[in-house]
Design a protein around this ligand. Structure first.
Ligand code: SAJ
Length: 429
């Protein structure tokens, strides 16, 4: 591939693929987006988007209108292919934390008929170590007429690399451009071709390594965060037992020049940090002890929060002997997996709220300023989506689950006569 590809094809137009496609297109590169979801393809071709990400609608609309971005369900020939499909846990195996590479395999099979000599294939999906070799093997199996780096090294017809994304949901467009990138080619020439491609829009540095190190680097980044959040979550449980305010404790400890503790919460949500560490555990279960324990600490936090809600409800009823549980109104503040977004995927706040709604006899009010209707899981229940002021007026017990900016603005006097379970430390810090 030349250092200036004429056409880039992005396979998978989700939270990473679509912004990446749009940013390449905004640099006047012809981009063909491919997705199995025909509805998403139609939406994009109309210049609209099917996911929520600030400013993405504008960038996609401009790219489509100017003719640089087009979506399709069937791959077409291109100079470079960038695969950004999901890597969930294996389905059908209860409690399995093993990665499911079937979407990568399907992507490999779908592009193989249109591959040609000189093409570059990049895997961006978060993947276990060894996935890029596996991708190259699937491609080679489908196209025995072409040569690949695993057997032909630098002389191969096709270049293959692993280049993980590391953008923060909510800031994807800015971070895509500004963040440094790790480029893991199967050979140095593969790395160079991939780095040249990303330099079309990346203003951060491109660091070159091999594919396995790049795969592990992505998993390491999210495991680092998960382990550090687990430390904060464990501290919050210990402090609760010892009657110490964990938020004050962390603030004070962080005044040490080499201490930087993260914030406890109701658990770890989203589809990255709660998933990726398991890919390390799944590769090396005997050795990934700390990483595995951190996952369990964070996954256990919602149950601990539910115990706290139960305790608070009993305490309230003890203080109001004339009331029964069915007369106790609980308000849950926040459903999203983190502040100031509307993304409810793998959200501990949603999990906790759902369990409160199904176990509590009385009314449950939900405040989530970033959505207009309750998610499917809560729709058949008695839960009601209400405004902040209504929840503050009607509820006896407030459960703060997400540190949305609207909740931070609530004044102490508005909650002073309420029973409060604050999992984010914004009302009790
Ligand atoms: N959380 C805490 N306490 C904290 C920080 C976060 O409880 O101090 C919780 C959040 O509430 C949320 C979860 O952790 O439930 C994850 O949120 P996050 O903001 O830490 O991360 P994500 O999942 O939105 O994005 C992460 C980022 N990875 C790192 O920061 C190492 C991002 O850069 C990655 O690109 C992204 O995962 C991904 O796609 O892998």
């Amino acid at each position: 591939m030349t250092s200036n590809p004429k056409t880039i094809s992005i396979i998978g137009l989700g939270y990473i693929g679509l912004p990446t496609a749009a940013v390449f297109a905004s640099r006047n590169v012809k981009v063909i987006g491919v997705d199995v979801n025909a509805q998403a393809v139609d939406t994009i071709n109309m210049g609209q988007i099917h996911i929520v990400e600030p400013d993405l609608d504008r960038v996609v609309q401009t790219a489509v209108t100017k003719g640089y971005l087009r979506a399709t369900t069937v791959p077409e020939p291109a100079d470079a292919f960038l695969i950004a499909v999901p890597t969930p846990f294996k389905h059908g195996v209860t409690g399995s934390h093993d990665p499911d590479l079937s979407y990568i395999e399907a992507a490999a099979k779908s592009i193989s008929p249109v591959l040609s000599k000189g093409n570059l294939v990049i895997l961006e999906s978060t993947s276990p170590v060894g996935a890029t070799d596996q991708l190259a093997a699937w491609l080679a199996e489908a196209r025995p007429d072409l040569s690949f780096p695993q057997t032909y090294g630098e002389d191969s017809d096709i270049r293959v690399a692993y280049c993980p994304e590391r953008v923060l949901p909510g800031k994807v467009l800015a971070e895509l451009v500004a963040n440094d990138r790790v480029i893991g080619g199967m050979t140095p020439k593969c790395s160079k071709a991939a780095a040249d491609l990303y330099r079309i829009f990346v203003q951060g540095e491109c660091f070159i390594t091999n594919a396995r190190t790049a795969e592990m680097c992505k998993l390491t980044e999210n495991s680092f965060r998960d382990v550090n959040i687990a430390f904060a979550n464990e501290l919050s449980i210990i402090c609760d037992k010892l009657n110490i305010n964990v938020w004050e404790l962390i603030r004070l400890a962080n005044r040490h020049p080499r201490v930087n503790i993260l914030q406890p919460g109701p658990g770890v949500g989203g589809h990255c940090i709660a998933v990726d560490p398991w890919f390390i555990v799944s590769n090396t279960p005997e050795h990934a002890k700390l990483i595995q324990t951190a996952r369990k600490v964070n996954d256990g936090k919602p149950l601990w929060v539910l115990d706290k809600v139960r305790d608070a409800a009993y305490e309230f009823l003890g203080q109001h002997p004339s009331k029964t549980a069915s007369e106790l109104t609980i308000a849950c503040f926040g459903l999203a997996f983190k502040p100031d977004i509307d993304d409810l995927r793998e959200s501990p706040a949603l999990e906790i709220t759902h369990k409160i709604v199904t176990s509590h006899d009385g009314p449950v009010l939900i405040v989530e300023p970033n959505i207009t209707e309750l998610p499917l899981a809560l729709r058949p229940t008695k839960a009601k989506l209400v405004a902040i002021q209504d929840a503050l007026a009607e509820a006896d017990l407030l459960v703060l689950l997400v540190d949305h900016s609207q909740f931070k603005a609530i004044e102490q006097r508005q909650i002073s006569n309420k029973m409060v379970v604050d999992t984010r430390g914004i009302w009790s810090a």
